[in-house]
Design a protein around this ligand. Structure first.
Ligand code: IVH
Length: 675
């Protein structure tokens, strides 16, 4: 007897727990408004698992503990859809949409304006879900629309798919929806794959499709899959409401997750406004969408309109510019950068993707070319999502032509024919031509003239190309020998702009040692390192004469950078360019030397500057801080001594506050500088 009461007690408690858990699932996943903490939810699950472990006979198939079956299935079984799963006609332009709306109105005689249910078009895979008396009995992929594959074992593992409907459920309800993977979930999966040294996944859609077709549900259970339900298939025991939007509202009541962005809009104008609104929000959505879908909202009107071929007349998919397109690799060329690094660049058959026409994609380095096995002639998937640079995702191997050609790292620089050198454990290969190489020379000149270097206004890319290509400028020193006559002979260069450029060149001659060192473009010597070198050595000649060991004495300079610096000054041609620049009048005020004794007012202090200052630019403030022995860095950390905050500061000011770092205004900085 006692046993039977214990059993009855356990059964009652299990039923109660299941109901509570189901309700919390609904609030969390469908309504997006949980009532209890994750920990409290976990406690309910633990308790239910405990009861079921002790009384296995109490386990029900719809128990929230029973999502993941223990055994893999042998193969995916075909399922014939009771009603075909249709596809949609596509629209790409506003005109396509107004034409669609006009056709709809013409067919529905006497209707002046039509209401549409509009919702995002998710980029996942369509799945049909069968609920019998509220219980999920079958889930099948769309397949070819008439028959798909049974994926019930995997779909059950998706937390947002209820295994039992809430409330009063009809005898039969077949619903359709899109299973997808969130972008964050996709990224996390790729990070894990990388960490394990496995192949990464191409995009969220393929990853979702792959996950849903697993044979072992335990493989699917840990995948970040989600679903939105968007239509009703076969039903028994439910009188459909008058509108599609009302049907979706009822699905929601039953615990089926419907897009929160669903909206009923009026006519073509309403559709187009919706398209633009969702388009503007697209980049911020946590999942990928490839357009929006408009469906005539009144079901009676849908029935009147009917179908053509395999798409309904009452619905339309309005597509956004695609993130991915196929294109052909016409060639793979090597570009030479400022430091001589050779970058393989794929020249593509131009293709419209992500809203722009793309004809080049960087392949970064040879390791990447080999890993992706990209060959000339290959058809590739090109992806450009958001504002990121276009990327070759993968080669479509089935389309590789017989004459596809693999590229090899050239042994000679494609621009200057100097030897190419590859350091064993580095991914990059470099042209050894240095400033003899026109490509490196152009980049070096661009860097020399850039704003944070000698800041020569008006000396742009096109101009530098012309000056190098016509052999008028070999080194930065040659820039200062240019005459008005020479300049006015260049393309698109009037007398006025030529005079202005000469003026800018003249003005750039007065600089600081830090800027000058940065402008030289020594490998690995950025602004901060240049400033550190300048303040440590004080005079250029001392730095030029310094040994590697002496250079390593500079705070924050390690053996690698010291070797680059030493190597640079050991080259006679580099010293010649420096001498020539000084002969041309490039000069900087003597800099008080900050030695290892640390006598500067700001020695040992690290600064971050954010916002706009009144009396000087941020660069000037930086120069003055380094001149006084301080250090300027770009980001706030616990090591930062002061954050200088000007007008309209960025997030750095807030970070400083969070970390409790002393904040200075401009007056405070000036006081410190004055010592
Ligand atoms: S309705 C008869 N609504 O798009 C109407 N489809 O091109 C059937 N899709 O196979 C589809 N989001 O995989 C509809 N909100 C949405 C959708 C959507 C994505 C997919 C679905 C379908 C394909 C049609």
């Amino acid at each position: 007897m006692a046993k039977r009461t214990a059993q009855a007690g356990a059964a009652a408690r299990a039923a109660e727990l299941r109901e509570q858990i189901t309700q919390h699932n609904y609030r969390y996943h469908v309504l997006d408004s949980p009532e209890i903490s994750d920990a409290a939810y976990d406690r309910l699950m633990v308790e239910l698992n405990g009861i079921e472990a002790e009384h296995p006979e109490l386990i029900t198939p719809d128990s929230p503990t029973q999502r993941v079956g223990a055994t893999p299935i042998g193969e995916l079984v075909a399922v014939v859809h009771s009603k075909p799963m249709l596809s949609l006609d596509n629209a790409f332009t506003d005109e396509d949409v107004t034409n669609f709306d006009r056709r709809v109105r013409e067919r529905l005689e006497d209707v002046a304006s039509v209401e549409y249910a509009a919702e995002p078009k998710l980029d996942g895979l369509a799945v049909s879900f069968r609920y019998e008396n509220g219980l999920l009995v079958q889930a099948a992929t769309r397949g070819d629309g008439l028959r798909g594959e049974d994926v019930t074992h995997n779909v059950r593992t998706i937390k947002t798919v209820p295994v039992r409907l809430r409330g009063e459920a009809p005898e039969l309800l077949e619903v359709r929806g899109e299973v997808f993977m969130t972008i964050a979930g996709f990224k996390a999966m790729n990070e894990q794959a990388l960490a394990r040294g496995e192949r990464t996944f191409v995009n969220p859609r393929n990853t979702a499709a792959g996950s849903i077709r697993q044979l072992d549900p335990r493989q699917t259970a840990n995948k970040p899959l989600d679903v939105f339900f968007y239509s009703v298939g076969e039903v028994r025991g439910w009188k459909l409401p008058a509108r599609h939007s009302e049907a979706l509202a009822q699905l929601r009541e039953w615990g089926l997750k419907v897009s929160p962005l669903l909206k009923v809009v009026q006519g073509a104008a309403g559709c187009l406004a919706y398209y633009r609104d969702i388009g503007a929000r697209r980049a911020k959505l946590p999942y990928e969408i490839d357009g929006v879908v408009y469906k005539v909202d009144q079901l009676a009107q849908q029935r009147e309109l009917g179908f053509v071929a395999r798409a309904p007349r009452w619905a339309l998919a309005h597509k956004f510019p695609a993130h991915e397109e196929n294109t052909i690799v016409r060639d793979i060329e090597f570009q030479v950068g400022r430091t001589g690094a050779l970058t393989p660049v794929a020249r593509l058959e131009p293709v419209f993707v992500g809203g722009v026409t793309v004809s080049n994609a960087t392949l970064h380095n040879m390791d990447e070319v080999q890993r992706k096995d990209v060959r000339i002639g290959d058809t590739v998937v090109l992806r450009r999502a958001g504002d990121v640079i276009p990327e070759i995702v993968k080669v479509i191997i089935e389309r590789r032509p017989g004459n596809a050609r693999a590229v090899e790292l050239p042994t000679q620089c494609p621009v200057c024919q100097s030897d190419v050198e590859k350091v064993a454990d580095e991914a990059v290969a470099r042209c050894t031509g240095g400033l003899f190489c026109p490509a490196q020379r152009k980049e070096a000149l661009r860097h020399f003239a850039s704003r944070r270097a000698l800041d020569i206004e008006g000396l742009g890319t096109k101009l530098i190309d012309q000056l190098v290509d016509t052999d008028q400028v070999h080194t930065p020193a040659d820039l200062y020998k240019l005459t008005l006559e020479q300049l006015t002979e260049l393309e698109r260069m009037g007398e006025k702009s030529a005079a202005k450029l000469l003026e800018a060149l003249n003005a750039s001659k007065t600089t600081t040692l830090g800027r000058f060192l940065y402008a030289l473009g020594i490998r690995d010597v950025g602004e901060a390192t240049a400033a550190a070198l300048a303040s440590y050595f004080g005079q250029l000649d001392k730095l030029v004469a310094a040994s590697e060991e002496q250079i390593q004495q500079v705070p924050d300079i390690g053996p690698v950078v010291a070797a680059h610096v030493r190597h640079f000054f050991a080259q006679a041609h580099n010293r010649e360019v420096i001498d020539a620049l000084r002969t041309q009048g490039v000069n900087w005020p003597a800099q008080p030397q900050r030695t290892q004794t640390g006598e500067g007012a700001l020695t040992g202090k690290t600064f971050v500057i954010t916002g706009t200052l009144d009396s000087m630019s941020r660069d000037e403030a930086g120069d003055r801080i380094t001149a006084a022995g301080g250090k300027v860095t770009g980001s706030v950390s616990k090591k930062t001594s002061y954050v200088v905050v000007g007008a309209e500061p960025g997030s750095k000011a807030q970070k400083a506050q969070e970390l409790g770092i002393e904040i200075l205004d401009e007056a405070g900085l000036l006081k410190l500088l004055a010592g």
